[in-house]
Design a protein around this ligand. Structure first.
Ligand SMILES: Cc1cc2nc3c(=O)[nH]c(=O)nc-3n(C[C@H](O)[C@H](O)[C@H](O)COP(=O)(O)OP(=O)(O)OC[C@H]3O[C@@H](n4cnc5c(N)ncnc54)[C@H](O)[C@@H]3O)c2cc1C
Length: 508
């Protein structure tokens, strides 16, 4: 199917979190990659700091979750304060208990996060090629020729697939002539990393709300730093903004007296989604494909989710285990989620920054009391965890999904039950059975060269929506593809043959 003049199977443009995770996942599955970045050095700005549970689950698959957790700070408490009093001080250290091996929010500045991913890649002998800029590309049915600028030199790279992970201003998206539809907000956000005042005792996340604005405070880095996020007052919009311009609002909202500002940045927020996530053999991932307000800290996590969704599909196609039709599901699974995310974060952002009486009422009374309500009941705090952590993302409408049983449908993320994530570290298709596999299942799976993992049936499986003795075909990214209720394997075999066109007898 593919010719031999290819220099690398996949060329990744951009070494932000999305590109780095794509490189790690592809490398783990045995695909040859090159990863380039136009910048001379890795990023030094802290930018995205929240790592959600679903990203940590993907990191478990890549074997780096513990390293990342050790480097970050687990958020233990969520406090909401208004000008007059503390509305709630909730313990959120394990608010997703039972739902994920990582039932918490982790803060880790993006630059530290990227350094760990780069080091992990280097340990696999993959090094980011710096000062290397993607200029343009041409493609035919089987390959892409990318034109790169490397200092004074131009390089032509032949690759099977090209992943555009090159951020909001993506040159890959421009080369594909794809629209980036959406708009921009008039508000300007600020982000500051500041020294923690000695009298500051909170260990977790604080949201300080007033009728007019808000300040978010996160613990970052072990070296006593706080991350402040808020909106720049409109009177400063036309000038070069510094921390002094927002200090008054910080003091009013949080009562914090900041002496030491380590990093300050302000930025416009946009909400845009690319009209397509792929064209031929070229793909858009991360900020190159979608950008939105930072409400909920979803941006970087979504880019990492894109990378995990696409990597195994590229690998299956490159290994001749699937036809190129499989790649269509990257866009059909990820673009609807990006659209939904942009709409949700847009609503949240618009309400939180609304300066009319509705916004004031929302900020001062409705929102704080809603948060108080959510964290006062385990049921609602778990619902909130499911929503914010991205573990609720599902691909139920995907061509790769079929079958249902009890609460589960094909396309759901595999619910975590304590020990059933170990097989996910292989990044391979496999089948899980909770209870006793039917006699017919093993020969059918042997025909497809698919491994079977059995787990003794427990009450926990029932609570998670599994049915005893049914068989579940699990995708390499940890999603359920087929639920075979009667457990004999026929629907699984059909999916592997019809949709994936798997070559029988070859390992997937
Ligand atoms: C100030 C700030 C604060 C933020 N805070 C948050 C937050 O709290 N939570 C959150 O989730 N998100 C936040 N974000 C957004 C988050 O940083 C992005 O969602 C995330 O970085 C996206 O990762 P990415 O890898 O897709 O793109 P990027 O991180 O933008 O990486 C793209 C890479 O591509 C490289 N590149 C670009 N063009 C080319 C080219 N032509 N050739 C070669 N290389 C190229 C760039 O040098 C860069 O290294 C923030 C962003 C900013 C700017």
């Amino acid at each position: 199917m593919f010719n031999m003049e290819i220099q690398t199977q996949v060329l990744i443009v951009g070494a932000g979190p999305t590109g780095l995770v794509a490189a790690l996942a592809l490398t783990k599955i045995g695909v040859s990659v090159r990863i380039i970045d136009q910048n001379e050095n890795a990023g030094t700005a802290s930018r995205a700091i929240i790592i959600h549970a679903h990203t940590l689950e993907h990191y478990l698959q890549l074997g780096i979750s513990q390293q990342i957790i050790n480097a970050g700070i687990k958020v233990e408490t969520a406090t909401v304060i208004t000008e007059d009093h503390t509305i709630i001080n909730a313990n959120i250290g394990d608010f997703g208990k039972g739902l994920s091996p990582f039932p918490f929010l982790l803060t880790l500045p993006q630059d530290d996060h990227e350094k760990l991913l780069i080091a992990e890649l280097a340990s696999k002998n993959i090094f980011v090629e710096r000062n290397t800029e993607f200029l343009s590309a041409t493609q035919n049915e089987n390959s892409v020729t990318a034109i790169l600028r490397k200092g004074p030199h131009t390089e032509y790279v032949e690759t099977h697939f090209l992943c555009g992970c090159d951020g909001a201003h993506s040159a890959v998206r421009k080369a594909l002539n794809l629209d980036f539809k959406g708009g921009s907000y008039s508000q300007i956000f600020y982000v500051a990393d500041v020294g923690k005042p000695s009298d500051y005792t909170q260990t977790g996340f604080t949201m300080a709300i007033s009728a007019t604005d808000f300040t978010l405070v996160f613990p970052v880095r072990s070296s006593n730093t706080l991350r402040l996020i808020g909106i720049v007052p409109s009177e400063y919009h036309d000038k070069q903004i510094s921390f002094n311009d927002v200090n008054e609002s910080v003091i009013k909202n949080t009562k914090l007296k900041i002496d030491n500002v380590n990093w300050f940045s302000s930025y416009h927020v946009h909400h845009r989604v690319a009209e397509k996530f792929s064209q031929g053999n070229m793909f858009l991932l991360g900020d190159a494909a979608h950008i939105h307000s930072p409400a909920g800290g979803q941006g970087m996590n979504t880019g990492i989710g894109d990378a995990m969704n696409l990597a195994w599909k590229l690998a299956n196609v490159l290994n001749n285990n699937a036809t190129k039709n499989l790649l269509i599901t990257y866009e059909s699974e990820r673009r609807p989620f990006a659209n939904k995310l942009v709409a949700t974060t847009d609503r949240a952002f618009t309400l939180m920054t609304d300066t009319t009486w509705i916004g004031n009422l929302w900020r001062k009374y409705i929102f704080p009391n809603l948060i108080k309500f959510v964290f006062s009941y385990t049921y609602f705090s778990k619902l909130f965890f499911k929503f914010i952590s991205q573990i609720e993302i599902n691909y139920r409408k995907s061509e790769l999904s079929s079958g249902s049983v009890a609460k589960l449908k094909g396309g759901d993320r595999l619910p975590w039950t304590g020990n059933n994530y170990e097989p996910l570290t292989s990044l391979k298709w496999h089948v899980q059975v909770y209870g006793k596999p039917k006699l017919q299942l093993t020969p059918t799976l042997n025909e497809c060269s698919i491994s079977l993992y059995e787990f003794p049936w427990t009450e926990q499986h029932e609570q998670n929506g599994f049915k005893r003795n049914s068989a579940y075909l699990i995708r390499p990214d940890g999603y359920i593809s087929v639920i075979d209720e009667n457990g004999k394997g026929e629907p699984i075999k059909e999916m592997l043959i019809d949709i994936l066109s798997l070559n029988m007898g070859q390992p997937a």
